[in-house]
Design a protein around this ligand. Structure first.
Ligand code: ADP
Length: 190
């Protein structure tokens, strides 16, 4: 199986690049952000609780997102592979993912990390907020809070995967097609 973690701060371009990778390699796209927004849209209790945290730029509890990923893995036993987008976001989530995959006799193939400067991220997210309708993209202080959460809780995962020899940094600024090519080249070497 090809199991990729697409990694990077909010606004790094994970969603854009996932769409291409899913097509090219016939992978199943698992985005915890999308799964949480679907819960919000459906008005579930889980969605209502998550929205409060998401609107403050905070992470939702590990147990919630780990449970959602476990369900999706169980619903897709025949998959050729997965692309994890926005997950894992904490060391606890990364350990849980390793355990879930090893139960299925598989593992993460690589972490592809999109590297983008903070100023560029804020610019992109404010721009996306103009038409995405995402409440967490409308306000610069919430965007900066998400980046702080990322730097504190998520950035350490680069080292987690580097220790497993799986960390691959990719320049995330430039033409979308150039970034796609860099990802493809990295995957071809796996
Ligand atoms: P972005 O990458 O632009 O921040 P996402 O759509 O991945 O957007 O996530 C939006 C919000 O959903 C996050 O700010 C966070 O509150 C919540 N969220 C998504 N994935 C996770 C996760 N794995 N763990 C905890 N919270 C998450």
């Amino acid at each position: 199986m090809l199991n990729l973690v697409l990694f990077g701060p909010p606004g790094a371009g994970k969603g854009t690049q996932s769409a291409f990778l899913v097509q090219e390699y016939s992978l199943i796209h698992l985005s915890t952000g999308d799964l949480l927004r679907a819960e919000i849209a459906a008005g579930t209790p889980l969605g209502m609780e998550a929205k409060q945290l998401m609107d403050q730029g905070l992470l939702v509890p590990d147990s919630v997102v780990i449970g959602m990923i476990r369900n999706k893995l169980e619903q897709n036993t025949q998959a050729k592979g997965f692309i994890f987008d926005g997950f894992p976001r904490t060391v606890e989530q990364a350990n849980a993912l390793d355990a879930l995959l090893s139960e299925k006799q598989t593992a993460i193939s690589a972490m592809l990390a999109l590297v983008v400067s903070e100023e560029e991220l804020v610019k992109r997210l404010l721009n996306r907020g103009k038409d995405s309708g995402r409440s967490d993209d409308q306000d610069e202080s919430i965007i900066r809070k998400r980046i702080t959460e990322y730097n504190q809780k998520t950035a350490p995962l680069a080292e987690f995967y580097a220790n497993q020899g799986k960390y691959i940094p990719i320049e995330g600024i430039g033409a979308i097609s150039e970034i796609t090519s860099a990802l493809k080249t990295a995957i071809s070497k796996l």
